[in-house]
Ligand binder design. Structure first.
Ligand code: SIN
Length: 282
C-alpha cells in the first residue's frame, strides 16, 4: 500500500477538517477514495480548496461514493439532472436556500447519505456554511433524555419549504424549484438513528423537515422539538466554513446538520450540489 498524500487539518473540536494533497478532478485510485471516505466518517464534514471541477467531473466524483439522486423539488442542470445549482443573485433580498438548520431531504424514506457542494461563485465576504455534529449533540444529552428519545419516532415532511404555500413560493427565484402537493407526504424516522458505518448514535430531527412526533399533535410536539432543534445546533457542536472559489464541502448527511448563512447582500453566490443516495435510518 503506498503512503497517503492526504493531510487533514481539523477546523473545530467537534467536527470538520480541511483536506489537502488531492486533486479531485483526477481519476482517483480506489485506495484514495477509501481514505477520503474514512476521513468523512471521522470528521463528518470535510473540505477541499482550489479544485476545478466540470459538471461531468463532479458527477464522476460523487459516483465514486455511491449512486447519485435527483431532488424531488429542485430541477437539476439541463444536461446534468444530478446537479442542482444553489444560486442567489446579487439583487435578491429574500431567504436563501439552505438558510435554516437541516439535513438534506429527510422527508425521503432514504435520505441522502452525503452531499458534495462545489463553490462556483462566492461573495467577497459572508456566505459561510455552518455544520453541526449530531453525534456530539446526542452524546451531550442527559441519560434521562436519551432514554426517553430512544423509543420515539418523528414525522418528516417537505411541506414547509416545498408545499404549495411553502417557503419556495416567495424565495429562491433564481433556482429551478417547484412546489407540489407531494410535499405533504409524511415519512417516519427514529428520533435517534444509528450511523450505519460507525455505529454511533445521532440525534435525527431538524427544523426544516421534522413536523411532529408520531402519535402526537404538532402543538404537543413543539416544546420538546424546539428544545431539540436548539440543542442540535449549539455552538459547541459546530464548525464554520468560509468559502473560496473552487472550494468543496463534502458532508455526511446522516451525521450533521448544516446552515447556509445569508449575510452577503448585494453579492452573488453560486454552488453546485450532488447528493449521494443513503439508506433507511434505524
Ligand atoms: C444546502 O443546504 O445544500 C446549501 C448549503 C450552502 O449553500 O451552503
Amino acid at each position: 500500500m503506498s503512503a497517503s498524500t492526504l493531510t487533514a487539518r481539523p477546523i473545530a473540536g467537534s467536527l470538520g477538517a480541511e483536506i489537502s494533497g488531492v486533486c479531485l478532478s483526477d481519476n482517483l485510485s480506489d485506495e484514495l477514495i477509501a481514505e477520503i471516505r474514512s476521513l468523512l466518517l471521522k470528521y463528518e464534514v470535510i473540505f477541499f480548496r482550489d479544485q476545478v471541477l466540470s459538471p461531468e467531473q463532479q458527477i464522476a466524483l460523487g459516483k465514486r461514493f455511491g449512486e447519485l439522486e435527483t431532488h424531488d423539488f429542485v430541477a437539476g442542470m439541463p444536461d446534468y439532472p444530478e446537479i442542482i445549482r444553489v444560486v442567489r443573485e446579487a439583487a435578491e433580498t429574500t431567504l436563501n436556500f439552505g438558510g435554516a438548520w437541516h439535513a438534506d431531504v429527510t422527508h425521503q424514506e432514504c435520505p441522502a447519505m452525503g452531499s458534495i457542494l462545489y463553490a462556483v461563485d462566492v461573495p467577497p465576504v459572508g456566505g459561510d456554511t455552518l455544520f453541526s455534529s449530531q453525534a456530539a449533540a446526542w452524546d451531550a444529552l442527559s441519560s434521562g433524555m436519551q432514554n426517553m428519545l430512544e423509543g420515539m419516532t418523528a414525522v418528516h415532511s417537505a411541506r414547509g419549504p416545498f408545499g404549495p404555500q411553502g417557503r419556495s413560493k416567495d424565495n429562491w427565484k433564481n433556482m429551478q424549484v417547484t412546489t407540489s402537493e407531494k410535499a405533504w407526504d409524511e415519512m417516519e424516522h427514529p428520533v435517534v438513528r444509528t450511523h450505519p458505518e460507525t455505529g454511533r448514535k445521532m440525534l435525527f430531527v431538524n427544523k426544516t423537515f421534522t413536523i411532529r412526533f408520531k402519535d402526537m399533535t404538532e402543538q404537543e410536539s413543539a416544546p420538546l422539538l424546539n428544545f431539540l432543534f436548539q440543542h442540535a445546533s449549539h455552538e459547541r457542536f459546530t464548525c464554520r466554513f468560509a468559502w473560496t472559489p473552487g472550494a468543496i464541502a463534502f458532508w455526511d448527511n446522516r451525521a450533521v446538520l448544516h446552515f447556509a448563512l445569508n449575510d452577503y447582500p448585494g453579492h452573488r453566490r453560486e454552488m453546485r450540489r450532488v447528493a449521494i443516495s443513503g439508506d433507511r435510518p434505524y
